[in-house]
Design a binder for this molecule. Structure first.
Ligand code: ADP
Ligand code: ASP
Ligand code: MG
Length: 413
């Protein structure tokens, strides 16, 4: 007997028919003798709909109230799934995040999980009850409803698996695993049977939405056995999906590049003609950090005649706010000839731990993009990834040509 946590995303619970299908899969595993904890997202499109309602009333809704609204999506699906399972003759009980007591900090709309009280769930499991928990939500120490950021149900699933020391956490979604890149962009993308935890962490942080980054961080910290699978297969199918592994493969089978990630959610800001002197980076980015705005890539040009240009990227949703902050400090903390912004950029990254032992990956990436006339605006590298910022209109082309250039559609030899 194993304890299994299964998480189902929005598409997987997008209709009552799909919810019945989820119930059948959960029942299948329960009948095999496993203790089952099921985490569900809101029905597909529902979280967007709820957030849009709030925006109709205010351009800048109070984050506490936004979470009160957004968290209702998951409350509907836990109830519906419990009803479906009960109708099939199983004992099932639903819990909101607050009812479990998934304790988070009070950073509304992007709260972090601090602790999970597993006592009630354990009692239910010991009685043979299927436990159903709302993803994406928790409560802070004062009892306020919080949400964990978009895609946060993945993190709920993995955090519950960690708290319950589950044997496996299975993330069911609308694709049958983690692919070499988003199969919606590149139809030839190939499912990976395994991907290392480090690679998955990079891919998630670089924009692959198949797993929320924090879920991967949790899995790493608590060594949760994590697998991504399709909810659209037959419940009895033993499709293996993709296992996130903590060990690297033997050198022979390890591909140099495992995947290509991309992110459209960034924007670039360039502060032109700033004095080239010590302290300038701090003068520009200090106020940005103080305003709680996340900066991603940073590039400072070589100075000429005592001046230089300084560029960085921020989340697109924080673009306007960042420009405001810079304008407030310009002339006081730093001088600049001009501040320019560009929202129409994207970041494309190649990821692979094989890069550690191979040279020439960056050169191949740059040549591939150059051959298509795609200009690289910024570059950043780490031991296992190379990222470039390019014009957003070339995103799909860039991902396709890189996928082909690195022969990712082929099984590594
Ligand atoms: P869910 O609602 O189940 O959480 P998401 O839409 O959040 O599903 O994540 C699944 C989607 O992630 C897929 O439909 C796919 O388009 C996208 N995706 C992006 N990168 C990848 C990748 N490397 N492998 C698989 N899916 C990916
Ligand atoms: N329903 C939430 C969202 O759409 C959480 C999730 O699906 O993971 O972001
Ligand atoms: Mg998701």
């Amino acid at each position: 007997m194993a304890l299994i946590v299964q998480k189902y995303g929005g598409t997987s619970v997008g209709s009552t028919e799909r919810i019945k299908n989820v119930a059948r899969r959960v029942a299948h595993h329960h009948r095999q003798g496993h203790q089952m904890v099921v985490v569900v997202s809101a029905m597909s499109g529902e979280t967007n709909r709820l957030l849009a309602l709030a925006k109709e009333l205010s351009p800048n809704p109070d984050p506490r109230e936004l979470d009160v609204v957004a968290a209702t999506g998951e409350q509907v699906t836990i109830g519906l799934l419990a009803i479906a399972l009960t109708e099939m003759g199983f004992k099932a009980k639903s819990y909101t995040g607050g009812q479990v007591r998934i304790l988070t900090d009070d950073a509304y709309t992007k709260a972090r999980i601090l602790a999970i009280d597993e006592a009630a769930m354990r009692r239910d499991l010991d009685e043979g009850t299927i436990v159903i928990v709302a993803g994406f939500q928790g409560v802070d120490a004062e009892g306020n409803i919080t949400t964990l950021g978009r895609g946060g149900s993945d993190t709920s699933g993995v955090a519950l698996a960690a708290a319950l020391t589950a044997d496996e956490c299975q993330i069911y979604t609308d694709v049958d695993g983690v692919y070499t890149t988003d199969p919606r962009i590149v139809p030839e993308a190939r499912r990976l049977s395994t991907v290392t935890f480090e690679e998955m962490l990079e891919m998630a942080s670089l924009g692959s939405k198949v797993l929320q980054i924090r879920s991967v961080e949790f899995a790493g910290k608590y060594k949760v056995k994590l697998r991504v699978l399709s909810s659209l297969d037959e419940p009895e199918s033993n499709a293996p999906g993709t296992l996130i592994t903590f060990e690297e493969k033997q050198n022979m089978e390890q591909a140099i590049i495992s995947g290509i990630a991309f992110n459209r959610d960034e924007a670039k800001i360039s502060v032109m003609g700033v004095p080239d002197k010590p302290g300038i980076a701090y003068a520009i980015l200090g106020p940005v950090a103080a305003a709680n705005l996340d900066v991603d890539m940073i590039v400072q040009n070589i100075g000429a005649s005592g001046h230089t240009d300084f560029s960085f990227t921020v989340n697109r949703t924080e673009f306007a706010k960042t420009l405001d902050v810079l304008e407030q400090h310009r002339g006081k903390d730093f001088a600049a000839r001009e501040i320019i912004g560009d929202k129409h950029i994207c970041k494309v990254s190649v990821v692979g731990i094989g890069m550690r032992s191979h040279v020439g990956i960056a050169a191949k990436m740059f040549k591939t993009l150059a051959d298509e006339g795609i200009n690289i605006q910024m570059i950043s590298t780490s031991e296992i990834k190379i990222s470039v910022v390019i014009d957003e209109k070339y995103l799909e082309l860039a991902v396709r040509v890189l996928h082909k250039a690195f022969e990712l559609e082929k099984e590594p030899a």
